[in-house]
Design a protein around this ligand. Structure first.
Ligand code: SF4
Length: 339
């Protein structure tokens, strides 16, 4: 598309993401709308894009190699789409795969690294939220570190950590110093605050409870390095409904968010393991409210810390030795048989 005209109809936030993608090429970008936000005006000032306050004429659409339709108004989307069809110019109706000629993935620019999220046009809201989450956890400068030291590659692992898969040993110190500057140098892999949490009620339409705030509260609770170092290896996994995307069944401590009479309620399982000795966790008993849950997890860990034979007896080994009873006694004091 070098030097070719591309048109964007509708100066929306989603259109801006497409423009950022196009700015990596030498395409001639024209944006049509009646009003433009600050970023559009800035790009126009530096002559990266051209702004037009009228609707695109048929001949402009015909001359374009392709276009994006980003209007939010349904009538406008329909009308401009019809013009593209009549002109025979390929177009993407943003967030509407079925009515588009092509789609493009959501792009996260961490130059020089680019992260693309593709969903074949399905679940646009989920993709938008995923994009926001990744933008929040992968700082702008992480791309620079990956470029300078790790062959331009960043991966997000299923344990929700950022991975630089190809990092030469001699660069370790420099990368660590770089990570310190952007607040990502916490040495907590495999410890209590290294939690897997599904999107939960904040982002998932299937959810029955929130997961992310629970993970954040636990993270704050364990933020004292000494406490989580003392606890040692521990996998906490949280799902916001029975679909179990957060893998709570195989968490040493699994948390399942449910809903009881309109109130979030969290059930705890213990003893799950996704490792070589794979096991499903055992249900401890009645669930807890979000407020009670953090204290319940604390009580579980107190049982472990008080009862382990030594630091070498990890939480999961301790659980396999003693089973559920001491944990139930701590979670449901005064009940001989919690159901
Ligand atoms: S476990 Fe449930 S709430 Fe969490 S992401 Fe999966 S479907 Fe959504």
């Amino acid at each position: 598309m070098a030097g070719q005209p591309v048109i964007i109809c509708g100066a929306s936030k989603d259109s801006l993401a497409k423009i950022r993608l196009l700015l990596k090429t030498s395409a001639k970008i024209t944006v049509y709308d009646t009003e433009f936000g600050a970023e559009y005006l800035r790009l126009a000032t530096i002559k990266a894009i051209r702004l037009e306050t009228n609707e695109p004429a048929s001949d402009a659409i015909k001359a374009a190699v392709f276009g994006y339709i980003g209007y939010e108004d349904i009538q406008m989307r329909r009308r401009i789409r019809a013009l593209f069809i009549a002109a025979g110019t390929p177009f993407c109706l943003i967030d509407d795969k079925d009515n588009s000629d092509f789609i493009t993935p959501a792009i996260i620019d961490r130059a020089p690294v680019t992260i693309a999220i593709g969903s074949e046009g399905l679940a646009p809201v989920l993709v938008r939220h995923l994009k926001a989450r990744i933008e929040a956890i992968v700082p702008l400068s992480a791309g620079r570190l990956a470029h300078d030291y790790a062959y331009d590659e960043i991966r997000i692992s299923h344990e929700q950590n950022i991975l630089l898969p190809h990092l030469p040993k001699q660069h370790l110190l420099a990368v660590w110093k770089g990570l310190q500057k952007i607040g990502l140098a916490s040495a907590n892999i495999g410890l209590a605050s290294d939690i897997i949490a599904c999107p939960g009620l904040d982002y998932c339409t299937l959810a029955t409870a929130r997961s992310i705030p629970i993970a954040q509260s636990l993270g704050v609770r364990f933020a004292t390095r000494k406490r989580e170092q003392d606890i040692g290896p521990l996998k906490i996994k949280i799902s916001g409904c029975i679909n179990a995307c957060g893998h709570h069944h195989v968490g040493h401590i699994g948390i399942l968010g449910l809903e009881r009479a309109g109130v979030e309620n969290y059930q705890i399982t213990l003893g799950g393991d996704g490792g070589e000795d794979a096991a499903l966790g055992n249900h401890t008993g009645p669930g807890f409210s979000a407020e009670e849950l953090i204290q319940a997890i604390d009580r579980i860990l107190d049982v472990y810390l008080a009862g382990r034979t030594s630091k070498q007896e990890t939480f999961i080994r301790f659980y396999r030795r003693v089973g559920l009873p001491p944990f139930k006694a701590a979670l449901y004091p005064g009940k001989t048989e919690a159901s």
